[in-house]
Unconditional design. Structure first.
Length: 86
């Protein structure tokens, strides 16, 4: 279930790359907030900030999900972890 939620983020982010900020705010950000923000925000980086579309561009290659670091980590089961890695 966790993997599917983050995978949905990836797919949604790729859609948002077309300039659909409303889609990002209503569909992507809520999933990120639930699954990612406990570690990946400006104050708790976890090595990556995932608060904005711009910051996600570092780990997502639009149109090439197999080259996207975020999708690679989700598929491997590495992310999201079962608990915080503090």
């Amino acid at each position: 279930m966790r993997r599917l939620a983050v995978l949905a983020c990836v797919c949604a982010r790729l859609h948002a790359a077309d300039g659909n900020a409303e889609f990002f705010e209503t569909k992507v950000r809520p999933v990120l907030a639930e699954r990612c923000f406990s570690c990946h925000t400006q104050t708790k980086l976890g090595g990556l900030e995932m608060v904005s579309q711009a910051s996600l561009a570092k780990v997502i290659v639009p149109g090439k999900p197999n080259e996207s670091l975020l999708l690679t980590r989700v598929r491997s089961g590495e992310m999201p972890p079962a608990r915080n890695l503090d």
